[in-house]
Design a protein around this ligand. Structure first.
Ligand code: FES
Ligand code: FES
Length: 162
C-alpha cells in the first residue's frame, strides 16, 4: 500500500509537486523537498518562530503544520522577499543597513513577520512592531536593531509606494 500522499503547493509563486509521508511537517517539506533552506528549524514545537512562513496570506509556524495541509495552498518563504533579480528586497536591505542580525538564525522568521506586519500596516507603531515579532525569539540582538530595521523598512516601503 502506498504510504505517501501527492501534494501540490504554490511556493513563492511557483507550483511545486511531490509525494510526502503524512507526518512530514511543512517545515521539512520546504527545506528537504523544495530545497528552500532559508526557513530555519529551531524548536520544532511552535515556540521560537524561526520557521515562520506566510501561508495563504497569514504568518504561520511551518513546524506546526503538516505538508499535506498545504496541498492546494500558497506559501511564501523568506526567499520570496527578494527582488525578481535575486537581490535583497526592501525589508532584507533594511535589516542589513540597521545591523539587525548577529548569528542570523532568527532572521528569516523575523523578516517574514515583518513582511506580514507591513503588508497590513504601512505605518506601524513601536507597539505594533513589538507585537508582530512577539512570537519570534532572538537570542543575540536584544531586538533593538530589529525594531529599527522594521521602522526603516516601513519608511522605505512608503517611499516606493508613493
Ligand atoms: S521551529 Fe517552528 S516555532 Fe520553532
Ligand atoms: S541574530 Fe542570533 S538569534 Fe537572532
Amino acid at each position: 500500500m502506498k504510504n505517501t500522499i501527492d501534494i501540490s503547493v504554490s511556493i513563492n509563486g511557483k507550483e511545486f509537486e511531490d509525494s510526502v509521508i503524512p507526518r512530514m511537517t511543512l517545515l521539512d517539506f520546504l527545506r528537504d523537498k523544495a530545497r528552500l533552506t532559508g526557513t530555519h528549524t529551531g524548536c520544532e514545537h511552535g515556540v521560537c518562530g524561526a520557521c515562520s512562513v506566510i501561508f495563504d496570506g497569514d504568518p504561520v509556524r511551518s513546524c506546526s503544520l503538516l505538508a499535506v495541509q498545504a496541498n492546494g495552498k500558497s506559501v511564501m518563504t523568506v526567499e520570496g522577499l527578494t527582488n525578481a533579480d535575486g537581490t535583497p528586497g526592501i525589508i532584507q536591505e533594511a535589516f542589513q543597513d540597521a545591523h539587525a542580525m548577529q548569528c542570523g538564525y532568527c532572521t528569516s522568521g523575523m523578516l517574514v513577520s515583518a513582511h506580514a506586519l507591513l503588508e497590513r500596516n504601512d505605518r506601524p507603531s513601536l507597539e505594533d512592531i513589538k507585537e508582530a515579532i512577539g512570537g519570534n525569539i532572538c537570542r543575540c540582538t536584544g531586538y533593538v536593531q530589529i525594531i529599527e530595521a522594521i521602522q526603516l523598512a516601513a519608511t522605505r516601503l512608503r517611499e516606493v509606494s508613493g
